[in-house]
Design a protein around this ligand. Structure first.
Ligand SMILES: [Zn+2]
Length: 433
């Protein structure tokens, strides 16, 4: 790959200047919030904070944190513009499953487009290339909207296939020969199997690149995990991992070096905090906290995402000096404590993906009397051969570093378990602590 065109604003490519510029952006944000945001205006005035108090980006620790619960319980005062300026509403899921709405202005849509234009630029996607967007374009999802706007800016040709109908997706890949696809990794694995079933070798199609969202495809050392490796091997494509935050209208994306996902310094400032709300050292895992720059509709100050990752301390050899985050290790709320080891359910999923014959899984967490967690993993399979259970247990031990209680059930029973309860989503994680 050649010709990285980050096309970042002046100063944002100079490591010596970024800190100062972000300090100025933060000071501007405080002014904007005092003037336009009923929620933050009240908080900042109560704390006696003015924009002149922000002399550098390090002063961010003086500002209040924001949680999803804050937005959920007091939504409207987060809106910082007149309602007539809102052009699009997107949603994400709140902590108790109900939708949480976010308002975007014309300026916010342009910012969203520019964020993704940069992603496609580092992927080498531009005029003359066709990109199949196999994620939801409707249902108030921000991702499909962002990709569509960003691709338009990049000059590429867009094929909005959406996330369904695998057979049609394969036919589109054959007939329109896109060079890149945007999809959830497990859906791409499903598509590859479907193609093989149709007598088509997925690696013989014209696809060269895949932008992967929604699931982690890297280990903490940035090597591809089992899901990532399977996508790379089945499709023979270069994979790029990306992670977006609906609430902040931003996405982080890998460059060709694949050593962390770049942030855009003029759009976001990244912190990683411990449970007490203090910044941890670069390289140490903690909760990802983001502050938005240049958002008009619903700007956010130190928003706690609930996702666990780390800030990569090394410089990226691609030359972009921006902050980078590691892969998402898990959700803070799903953190498990097993005999002194911290485990996230994603590690169990990754372990199961290295095995054949598993059709589904569910992780159930229970409490021991001593306050530690007891973890039961139920696996759906038609493989009841002696030794299979041991193979599954060994894989979990190797990838997640603990030994679970394991039960293998027929695939049909697994499906019933996954779809029980009130949620529309498959219940792969059940918390009974
Ligand atoms: Zn890079």
């Amino acid at each position: 790959m050649k010709g990285f065109d980050y096309n970042l604003p002046a100063g944002m490519t100079d490591p010596a200047l970024i800190g100062g510029l972000q300090g100025a952006l933060l000071s501007e944000l405080v002014d904007q919030l005092l003037e336009c945001s009923p929620h933050y205006g009240h908080l900042l005035r109560e704390a006696g904070i003015r924009s002149s108090d922000i002399r550098s980006i390090e002063d961010i620790v003086r500002l209040p944190l924001t949680s999803k619960e804050d937005i959920q319980s007091d939504h409207d005062p987060f809106l910082s513009v007149d309602k007539r300026r809102v052009r699009e509403v997107v949603s994400t899921t709140g902590t108790t499953g109900e939708p949480l709405f976010f308002a975007l202005t014309e300026g916010d849509l342009k910012r969203l487009a520019e964020n993704e234009r940069r992603t496609f630029s580092v992927m080498g996607v531009g005029p003359g290339e066709t990109v199949q967007v196999a994620v939801a374009m409707d249902s108030l999802f921000i991702a499909g909207l962002a990709y569509s706007l960003g691709l338009r800016q990049s000059g590429a040709t867009i094929v909005r296939s959406g996330p369904r109908d695998p057979k049609r997706q394969i036919r589109l890949l054959e007939e329109l020969a896109p060079s890149a696809i945007i999809a959830v990794p497990s859906f791409l694995l499903h598509l590859a199997k479907e193609a093989e079933g149709m007598g088509i070798d997925p690696s013989a199609l014209k696809l060269e690149k895949a932008l992967l969202i929604g699931e982690t495809v890297r280990n903490r050392d940035f090597s591809s995990n089992n899901i990532g490796k399977m996508v790379e091997n089945m499709w023979r494509v270069a994979t790029f991992s990306t992670y977006g935050i609906t609430e902040a209208s931003i996405a982080f994306s890998e460059c060709a070096m694949k050593r962390g996902m770049h942030a855009h310094p003029d759009f976001v400032f990244v912190e990683v905090l411990d449970d007490e709300g203090n910044q941890v050292a670069d390289g140490e895992p903690g909760e990802l906290v983001v502050t938005t720059f240049k958002v008009e509709g619903m700007p956010l100050l130190r928003y706690r995402t609930g996702d666990i990752t780390f800030i990569e301390p090394s410089h990226c050899s691609c030359g972009n000096p921006s902050q980078r985050i590691g892969p998402i290790i898990g959700r803070k709320a799903h953190r498990l404590k097993v005999k002194g080891t911290t485990v996230y359910p994603g590690a169990i999923k990754n372990a199961l993906y290295s095995l054949n014959g598993i059709t589904g899984y569910q992780v159930i967490v229970l409490s021991n009397d001593d306050g530690t967690d007891r973890i039961k993993v139920i696996v759906g399979s038609e493989n009841f051969a002696p030794g299979f259970e041991d193979e599954v247990t060994e894989s979990i031990r190797a990838h997640a570093r603990f030994t679970p209680e394991l039960e293998v059930v027929p695939s049909a029973d697994m499906e019933k378990l996954l779809l029980s309860g009130n949620s529309r989503k498959r219940q792969t994680f059940v918390d009974r602590r």
